[in-house]
Write a new protein. Structure first.
Ligand code: BTN
Length: 327
């Protein structure tokens, strides 16, 4: 832990009480000037800390930001979020930045977090909308020991981790819409963009980008998605702590990942199917330039939708937009 992190832990333990400069210099083993410099840096980040000559420093409040120290505070993971957390107030796309870091050799578990994005990307070249400090825009670096053909498992597993986290936090019914949208009451709350770099038959790295609408008011969504998007605050009627949510998600994500790497994929697939209502439904899938209609027989372990059309012909759909026809 860095001196600044240790200082934060110490001050936070005594929230609402002064801790003397002398005590801090002794415990941290640094000069008074260094303590004052670290406090100034924390205040600059938005921490509410009162400094009083003679009394010392009093920690009052944490900023509502996804700062690395906040994420790490009480984070129950071994890997994800324990190394690099590359934090930004604004960035083009966290996925682009994570790919840069991964290409430079950043370790598994490294995160890129931003309060906002101005070139946030969705699947199929779409745009992901975000507004400053209302949601979560995060990308995680993974270095899985799997064959590239199995990499879609990571997206399915991320959807399970997200949906279960939202369900636990809100107590509401959360569903996964194939292939990887997370919905509440049929409206999109969260999306996943997975990108991979591979060499021959092995994965070099996977970047999993996750966008979550957390405290976005309904009227903040752009007109084109207003009827199909939602946020946790809209659904629950109250603000949700982004940092708590992110910590819970990271812990669940890490445990799902351990399952996938250790015990194969059947458990995660079972959980995915329990969260998705697509199997057995009659759907239309829009592909580029065509549309298939039929009954969903299965979603296989690579995430492929297995669809039987009216003529009994079976189609295996890798990617497309699904419309439920039997509502
Ligand atoms: C989708 O539903 O189409 C996927 C949306 C993914 C959005 C996230 S936000 C963080 C990360 N950075 C990006 O540019 N996109 C993903």
């Amino acid at each position: 832990m860095s001196t600044r992190e240790k200082l934060l832990v110490l001050l936070r333990e005594h929230t609402g009480d002064f801790v003397s400069g002398a005590a801090l210099t002794e415990i941290l083993g640094v000069s008074r000037a260094a303590v004052s410099k670290h406090v100034a840096a924390l205040k600059q980040q938005g921490y509410a800390i009162t400094a009083s000559s003679g009394k010392g420093y009093m920690f009052r409040d944490t900023p509502d930001l996804l700062l690395p120290d906040e994420i790490r505070h009480g984070l129950a993971t071994r890997v994800f979020g324990q190394g690099i957390i590359d934090y930004h107030e604004m960035i083009g796309s966290t996925n682009d930045r994570a790919k840069e870091l991964a290409a430079q050799g950043s370790a598994e578990g490294s995160l890129v977090v931003s309060e906002d994005q101005n070139r946030g990307r969705g699947r199929k070249g779409r745009t992901w909308f975000s507004t400053a400090s209302h949601g979560i825009c995060i990308s995680m670096i993974l270095r899985p020991s799997m064959n590239p053909s199995e990499a879609s498992r990571i997206t399915l597993m991320t959807a399970v981790a997200l949906a279960e986290t939202f369900r636990d936090i809100t107590g509401l019914e959360v569903t996964i819409k194939w292939p990887n949208d997370i919905l509440i009451r049929g409206r999109k709350l969260s999306g996943i963009l997975t990108e991979m770099s591979m060499e021959m038959d092995r994965v070099d790295y996977v970047v999993v980008g996750v966008g979550v609408n957390v405290n976005n008011p309904a009227d903040h969504f752009p007109a084109e998605v207003r009827d199909i998007a939602t946020s946790l605050a809209v659904e629950t009627g109250h603000a949700v702590s982004r940092v708590d949510l992110l910590r819970q998600f990271l812990a669940r994500f890490e445990s799902c990942y351990a399952l996938v790497e250790g015990q194969g994929f059947s458990q995660i697939m079972k959980r995915w199917k329990a969260l998705s209502d697509i199997i057995g439904r009659t759907v239309a899938v829009d592909l580029i330039g065509s549309r298939i209609q039929g009954r969903v027989e299965d979603v296989d372990e690579t995430g492929v939708l297995v669809l039987r059309d009216g003529d009994g012909q079976v189609h295996r759909v890798i990617s497309g937009d699904v419309l439920l026809q039997d509502l």
